[in-house]
Ligand binder design. Structure first.
Ligand code: ADP
Length: 420
């Protein structure tokens, strides 16, 4: 009996021990890998692909482990692809010339690209999360955005910033990708507008400049027909006036054609290395007689040993003749016009200096504009195109032209030409 009892007890003990060992083994074999897997999931790091080592067990836990491994791999690949896409978009946005702003339903800035930051003079860190109105400080954009929100359609406006930029803003809803958010695209149209204004001014200037001599011709011919023809001395005077107006018109048309040819690049330059003294000597000789008649001394002070410049001799001669012609026109008898030149690192700077009336600072800034004349009465038969042609000509040589002046003392026109 005791033996039986002992055997049972021993067997029970053994069974318990076996059960415990089995439990430990099973726990080790099943639960531990599961908790390791749980750990891996909990500490899943998208930036560390290699952290997860799938097991090579063949049972269900092994399968689960491998499935998780595959899922991790796919997830990482997708995340990488998304990051690449995001980088692509962000480099496109940062390289764009147009300003881009994204605002949420309340007008709070969610994104702003470098071009928009430049336009409004702000930096990303200071504006993200701020209201758009604080940043753009323009009620027109704000109203356009509100209209876009109400209509859910693209709205466009244009305005000028305090920095005198002329901008066009297009505001569009960003649905469905970002519901309630709006995209604001800002285009800088300053240059287009400037060109448009120049073109408009040009057309109105040309019409005006042509109308004046034409009206005068009409009046003169009418007076002749109404009887002045019968009075030969008066008729002669009228005819001389008519000839003067016709010369003026002819000169203007020629200059306009010249200007348009230069501007459209249709004036081929025959550039070659030229000695600066030779470049100036020809126009100075040609203007000598005219200066003498006006009792003005014309002095060529250009040194003979300057390095050669790369220039079209006849075109530069035209510029110099124009500058001397102007100088004679605005210099009283007994005055002097001096032409000089000096060498700089890459260029030679020429100067035509007079002891004439001088130019007021506000005019000085504008004399190179087409048709700009300081004093219409005093500028005589000028068209106001001469300096603008000179400017184009010098610039097409890769040089610069500018003027300095003091009222009552005189003016100096400088232009530079690159060395050969
Ligand atoms: P214009 O054919 O009328 O002379 P320009 O373009 O050559 O036209 O010159 C523009 C204006 O600049 C002139 O009308 C004149 O008022 C001014 N200007 C040019 N050169 C001189 C100068 N040497 N001294 C004073 N004013 C000048």
């Amino acid at each position: 009996m005791q033996l039986i009892q002992g055997t049972i007890l021993g067997a029970a003990l053994l069974a318990t021990i076996l059960a415990i060992i089995l439990a430990i083994v099973i726990t080790d074999y099943t639960v531990k890998p599961l908790s390791q897997l749980t750990e891996s999931i909990l500490h899943y790091d998208t930036h560390n692909l290699k952290q997860f080592q799938p097991s090579n067990r063949l049972d269900e836990i092994g399968q689960l482990d491998r499935a998780f491994g595959i899922m991790t791999y796919q997830l990482n690949r997708q995340i990488e692809e998304l990051e690449q896409e995001r980088e692509k978009i962000s480099s496109v946005l940062s390289q764009m010339m147009d300003g881009i702003i994204i605002v949420d339903a309340n007008g709070v800035i969610e994104m702003i690209n470098p071009a928009a930051q430049r336009i409004f003079g702000v930096v990303t860190e200071n504006v993200l999360g701020k209201s758009m109105i604080e940043v753009v400080r323009n009620h027109k954009i704000f109203e356009t955005w509100e209209r876009c929100k109400a209509t859910r359609e693209q709205q466009i406006t244009s305005f000028e910033t305090p920095q005198r930029l002329y901008l066009q803003a297009a505001v569009a809803p960003l649905e469905p990708a970002m519901p309630n958010s709006s995209l604001i695209v800002l285009q800088d149209l300053t240059n287009y507008r400037r060109l448009e204004i120049i073109r408009r001014d040009f057309v109105s200037n040309v019409s005006h400049e042509l109308r004046t001599p034409l009206a005068s011709l009409k009046a003169l011919s009418e007076t002749l027909m109404e009887g002045a023809l019968e009075d030969p001395p008066a008729a002669r005077r009228f005819l001389l006036r008519m000839e003067y107006e016709i010369d003026n018109l002819t000169q203007m048309v020629q200059e306009l054609l010249e200007l348009s040819r230069i501007e459209s690049g249709r004036v081929p330059l025959k550039r070659e290395p030229v000695n600066p003294y030779d470049l100036i000597a020809t126009p100075v000789e040609r203007m000598a007689l005219q200066a003498e008649r006006s009792q003005i001394e014309l002095v060529n002070q250009v040194p003979e040993n300057l390095p050669a410049v790369y220039a079209d001799k006849s075109r530069i001669a035209q510029v110099v003749i124009n500058l001397i012609h102007n100088a004679i026109k605005f210099t009283p008898q007994g005055g002097t016009i001096t032409i000089s030149a000096s060498e700089e690192t890459r260029r030679v700077v020429f100067s035509v200096s007079d002891t004439g009336s001088g130019i007021e600072p506000q005019d000085l800034a504008r004399i190179f504009e087409r048709f700009y004349k300081v004093d219409r009465a005093r500028s005589g038969g000028g068209t106001g195109l001469g300096l603008s042609i000179a400017k184009h000509m010098i610039e097409s040589h890769g040089g610069k032209i500018w003027a300095t002046s003091k009222v009552g003392v005189g003016s100096t026109f400088h232009f530079s030409i690159p060395k050969a």
